[in-house]
Design a protein around this ligand. Structure first.
Ligand SMILES: Nc1ncnc2c1ncn2[C@@H]1O[C@H](COP(=O)(O)OP(=O)(O)OP(=O)(O)O)[C@@H](O)[C@H]1O
Ligand SMILES: [Mg+2]
Length: 611
């Protein structure tokens, strides 16, 4: 059966898995790591680095190293959160053409899905290298609390990476799938997922292979990065107190502080105190370099971050209430996400649910494993060898439209099982009205503008008639991916109405296509560069060997009646190869390889006569 990648596209780390011989497995990258940092960097030569390679050089190349872009995906430029983040990022953000966000790297603008696509391309490559075969189908996960814009942008990222995205599924749901895989369980479980950038909580009922989500909620801006930030702020505060200087003015110092903060935070999950030591952190420019050195203990870390943990517990409480349940109705709590390793998190979760969370899932890998399981189930379904896994997920936000007075009319309630649809009958309100504007929102506020605007739809070509006579049915669909689409039908004629979508932050079809082409072009030229380098190294090695033999061969030739022809020919061959290297002509270089090898063989046999 065709392989389907399960990709957990994380804020800080990504993971890829696949079902092989009936069991899901994580695929390690070439370095042997089972997760890959979601970091993309651009070198001075314009080459892309992804994962550990990008992370390693972040300190010396902060402006061109992009991390945590998932926090920005599918968001609007003018949103408050984005304006906040902008100040903290060492890389440059700017407004895109659709009120979206772009990053500026070495004079080139990239959309956020393009950067995520580079990470996805790398995950695809990791799997393809492992299996030594191309794989194009994938299931990609996203936080359960992602709205329509964020989901669409994630799907676009997959398409830009050249993937056929079979489904976008929610991270906690994927985790539950992996947790229940191969077990016969009938349980109501809570998945608590505190990752690098986002927090999700989902309540599911699992039984007879059916995974039914009953409620979900979260915060797409609450995760490990915020814990790091608190530690970093504490470091900056202490440094400033001592030296009266803000070390963040130096991007390199800022990056070192960020790294040290995360490292200290992680270590404090296993030990009681750590020393944070950053020698030569900041140069005052007056021949003086300042260091940072301070102890941080677990208690202090907890004081700095406990409100973040409490926020997650509040969200758990709200979610249970929405589901009409209480903590004692949950029989298993599954902890997902690296940040859930923090003892304080485990303590508060245990206290709230009144039970110890289960320890038998791997917090960094379950999401990708679940995505692979879902991918496998989807292709089996197509081949009618139905696997008995059925996933029933829900939409995390209510969907509706703006009505008179700026109010929000809900058409699909949050926590409704997807796919789902709802219809709304619209009638003209003015005589002779031929078009109408409909604004679609996602959110829970009664005031439409306080919710997330998904898009504006213009219904046009309505029949000119007295008001109230023309009836148009508007249908809202939410797919299994959680992505919204809208269609309209003229009730009188049964004709489909055309809809023009504006005011979405999403990329246009043309942009996605062009970005996918750019990505393909880059990969092609990178593959050629790699091949050229391989050929160059080999050619230079042969040339070196030939040149070493030259004096000996020269002697043999002058002592015998051989003509100098062999020598001249060799020189010409070497020259041709060198020119190809200089001009970076792969074809000519490859062609000259044969000549070089022949010359080397001739020279070896000539040199042998000498002895
Ligand atoms: N031992 C630890 N103690 C505390 N935090 C940890 C530990 N190990 C990892 N983390 C944190 O977990 C986070 C990464 O978790 P994970 O890989 O699950 O997130 P992600 O999938 O990248 O993000 P998201 O799911 O939010 O998009 C980072 O912030 C990291 O610092
Ligand atoms: Mg995650």
């Amino acid at each position: 059966m065709e392989r389907v990648l399960g990709i957990d596209l994380g804020t800080t780390y990504s993971c890829v898995a696949v079902v092989e011989n009936g069991a899901p497995m994580v695929i390690a990258n070439k370095g042997g790591y089972r997760t890959t940092p979601s970091i993309v960097a651009f070198t001075a030569g314009g080459r892309r680095l992804v994962g550990h390679l990008a992370k390693r050089q972040a300190i010396t190349n902060p402006q061109n190293t992009l991390f945590a872009v998932k926090r920005l995906i599918g968001r609007k430029w003018n949103s408050e959160l984005v304006q906040q983040v902008k100040e903290r990022m060492p890389y440059r953000l700017m407004e895109g053409p659709h009120n979206d966000i772009r990053v500026l790297v070495q004079d080139r603008q990239y959309s956020i899905p393009e950067i995520s696509a580079i990470v996805l391309t790398e995950m695809k490559r990791v799997a393809e290298e492992f299996f030594k075969a191309p794989i194009t189908k994938a299931v990609i996960t996203c936080p359960a609390y992602f709205n329509d814009g964020q989901r669409t942008a994630t799907k676009d990222a997959g398409r830009i990476a050249g993937l056929d995205v079979l489904r976008i599924i929610n991270e906690p749901t994927a985790a539950a799938l992996a947790y229940g895989f191969g077990k016969k369980i009938e349980k109501r479980v809570a998945v608590y997922d505190l990752g690098g950038g986002t927090f999700d909580i989902s309540i599911l009922e699992i039984g007879s292979g059916v995974y039914k989500v009953i409620a979900t909620a979260g915060d797409t801006f609450l995760g490990g990065e915020d814990f790091d930030q608190r530690v970093a702020d504490w470091m900056v505060f202490n440094f400033a107190k001592e030296h009266n200087l803000d070390p963040r003015t130096d991007p390199m110092a800022l990056q070192r502080i960020k790294d040290a903060a995360e490292k200290a935070k992680c270590e404090l999950s296993f030990q009681n105190e750590v020393e944070i030591n950053l020698p030569f952190l900041f140069s005052t420019g007056k021949n003086r370099t300042l260091h940072f050195q301070k102890m941080l203990d677990r208690k202090k870390l907890e004081d700095l971050t406990v409100d973040l943990v409490e926020r997650t517990i509040d969200i758990c409480d709200r979610t249970l209430k929405d589901a009409g349940l209480s903590a004692k109705d949950i029989s298993d709590v599954i902890l997902v996400g690296g940040q859930s390793r923090m003892p304080k998190v485990q303590e508060l979760v245990q206290k709230y649910f009144g039970r110890e969370p289960c320890k038998n899932v791997h917090p960094d890998e379950v999401v990708a494993l679940g995505a692979a399981i879902q991918g496998f189930a989807l292709v089996s379904e197509q081949q009618e060898k139905k696997e008995e896994t059925l996933l029933l997920d829900v939409t995390p936000h209510s969907l509706g439209i703006m009505i008179v007075g700026g109010y929000f009319q809900t058409l699909i309630e949050k926590n409704t099982t997807v796919p789902t649809s709802a219809s709304h009958m619209f009638t003209t309100v003015k005589d002779g009205q031929t078009s109408a504007r409909i604004m679609v929102f996602q959110g829970e506020s009664k005031v439409a503008s306080e919710n997330e605007l998904l898009g504006e739809f213009i219904l046009s070509g309505l029949r000119e008639a007295p008001r109230g006579e023309v009836e148009i049915e508007i249908r809202f669909d939410i797919s299994a991916d959680g992505i919204v689409s809208v269609s309209a039908k003229d009730i009188e004629t049964g004709r489909q109405q055309s809809i023009v979508v504006t005011a979405t932050t999403g990329l246009t079809e043309d942009e996605v296509r062009r970005m996918a082409e750019d990505n393909r072009d880059y990969l092609l030229s990178a593959a050629q560069d790699e091949e050229f380098e391989k050929q160059r190294v080999q050619a230079e090695k042969i040339i070196e060997e030939i040149e070493k033999l030259l004096p000996g061969v020269g002697e043999v030739i002058s002592a015998s009646r051989f003509s100098r022809e062999a020598l001249n020919k060799a020189e010409a061959t070497i020259q041709r190869a060198r020119l190809a290297i200089k001009r970076r002509e792969l074809d000519t270089l490859t062609a000259s390889r044969e000549g070089l090898e022949r010359t080397l063989a001739t020279f070896k046999s000539l040199a042998a006569r000498k002895g």
